[in-house]
Design a protein around this ligand. Structure first.
Ligand code: ATP
Ligand code: LTN
Length: 327
C-alpha cells in the first residue's frame, strides 16, 4: 500500500478553503493509502505566534480533523513538534540544500514581502517540509497548488542526496493534487485566496462560524452587475467562486450548477449556496464539540508519536551515519 502524508499548519481557525482544498481529500484518501496526517506546528512558528493561541489552535485543528471524518483507525495522526527527528533531519538536509534554491520559492518571496521582518525559518521552512515527507519514505503528498513547488523541492533534495551518497536513502515523493480540488477565493476580494490569516474576516468562512454568520457572509459576497450565473473567473470572479463552492459541496459539475441556477437571480443563488454550506458544516460542528473536550485527542497523539518516532528515528540515523556524524 502506498504511503501518503500531509498536514496543515495550526495558524488560525480552519476555513472552508482548507476544507474543500485539503481536508476533504484526506478523508477520501484514508481509504486507499497508508495515511499519515499531522499538525505542522513547527511550520506555524515561522511567523510569530502567541503561545496560548498556538496551543489552542493545535488542539482545535486536531478536533477539526476528527470532526471532518479523519478516522483514527485509518490514519496515523501526530503532532510534528513531538517527533524530534523531523527538525533534526531537516538540519542535515538544510546543509545539503543550496541557499539559492530556497530564495527562489514563490511562497518565500510572497510572505517575505508581506512581513516587515521575518525569521530565517520562513526561508528554510520548505526543507523542514521535505524532511516531514522524506523521513517516512512517503509516496504521495496531497496538497493544494500553492504547495506543489515545495513537494518539487523535496524531490530535488531526495534525488540529490541519493546521488551524492550513491544510495537509495529516500523515496521519491509525488504531489497529489485532487482533480476536483478547487481553490476557494475570498468572498470580499475574490481575486485572492480565502485564507485563515486574512485581515478581513467577512471574506472568510470558518468551519465553526454560526449559521447566521455564514448566511451573512455569503449574502454579502462581492459579485458583479451582470446578473447571470455563469462561470467566468476572469470577468466574474465572485460568482465563479460561489459556483465553485456550490459545485464542490454538491458534487455537481460547474456546468450542472450553471444549468440548475440559470433562471435564478443572485439573491436566490447566494441563499442556496449559504444553505448548502450550512448543511455541510452542521454535522462537523456537532462532532467538533464532542472531540474538543475529550481525552481522545491525547490518546491519538500518544499513539501517533509512538508509531512515527520509530520510523523517523531509523531514517534520521541512516542519514546521520551516511554523512559521518558518528563517533
Ligand atoms: P495561512 O493563511 O496561514 O497561509 P491558509 O488558509 O492559506 O493559511 P495553509 O495552511 O497554507 O492555509 O494550507 C493548508 C492546506 O489548505 C493546503 O493544502 C492548501 O493548499 C489548502 N488551502 C488553503 N487555502 C485554500 C483555499 N482557499 N482553497 C483551496 N485550498 C486551500
Ligand atoms: N506547508 C504546508 C504544511 C505542511 C505539509 C508538510 C504538507 C508542512 N509539512 C508535509 C504536506 C506534507 C502548508 O502550509 N499547507
Amino acid at each position: 500500500m502506498k504511503r501518503m502524508l500531509t498536514g496543515l499548519q495550526p495558524t488560525g481557525e480552519i476555513t472552508l478553503g482548507n476544507y474543500i482544498g485539503a481536508i476533504r481529500q484526506m478523508v477520501e484518501y484514508q481509504e486507499k493509502y497508508d495515511s499519515f496526517i499531522f499538525v505542522a506546528d513547527m511550520h506555524a512558528i515561522t511567523i510569530e505566534q502567541d503561545p496560548a493561541e498556538l496551543k489552542k489552535n493545535i488542539r482545535n485543528l486536531l478536533a477539526i480533523y476528527l470532526a471532518c471524518g479523519i478516522d483514527k483507525d485509518k490514519n496515523t495522526i501526530f503532532l510534528q513538534s513531538e517527533n524530534v527527528y523531523h527538525a533534526n533531519l531537516s538540519w542535515m538536509l538544510e546543509c545539503l540544500t543550496p541557499y539559492g534554491e530556497l530564495t527562489r520559492m514563490t511562497q518565500f518571496k510572497d510572505k517575505s514581502q508581506k512581513h516587515k521582518s521575518f525569521s530565517s525559518g520562513l526561508l528554510t521552512y520548505p526543507v523542514l517540509m521535505a524532511s516531514d515527507i522524506l523521513i517516512y519514505d512517503t509516496d504521495l503528498v496531497p496538497v493544494g497548488q500553492d504547495q506543489k513547488q515545495h513537494v518539487e523541492l523535496a524531490r530535488n533534495i531526495a534525488d540529490r542526496v541519493n546521488k551524492k551518497y550513491n544510495k537509495e536513502l529516500f523515496t521519491m515523493p509525488d504531489a497529489l493534487i485532487g482533480t476536483n480540488s478547487k481553490k476557494i477565493m475570498d468572498l470580499i476580494d475574490p481575486t485572492h485566496k480565502m485564507s485563515k490569516s486574512s485581515e478581513n474576516k467577512n471574506g472568510v468562512i470558518f468551519l465553526l462560524d454560526s449559521d447566521e454568520d455564514i448566511r451573512k457572509k455569503i449574502m454579502r459576497a462581492t459579485t458583479d452587475s451582470d446578473m447571470s450565473i455563469k462561470f467566468d473567473p476572469d470577468n466574474k470572479p465572485g460568482i465563479s467562486n460561489l459556483i465553485n463552492i456550490y459545485s464542490a459541496l454538491s458534487n455537481l459539475s460547474v456546468s450542472e450548477v450553471e444549468e440548475k441556477f440559470k433562471d435564478s437571480n443572485y439573491g436566490t443563488f447566494k441563499a442556496s449556496v449559504a444553505e448548502l454550506v450550512i448543511d455541510t458544516l452542521r454535522p462537523i460542528k456537532e462532532k467538533y464539540e464532542m472531540y474538543q473536550n475529550s481525552s481522545k485527542i491525547d490518546e491519538i497523539l500518544d499513539n501517533g508519536l509512538n508509531v512515527t518516532s520509530k520510523i523517523a528515528r531509523e531514517k534520521y540515523e541512516l542519514l546521520k551515519q551516511t554523512m559521518g556524524l558518528t563517533r
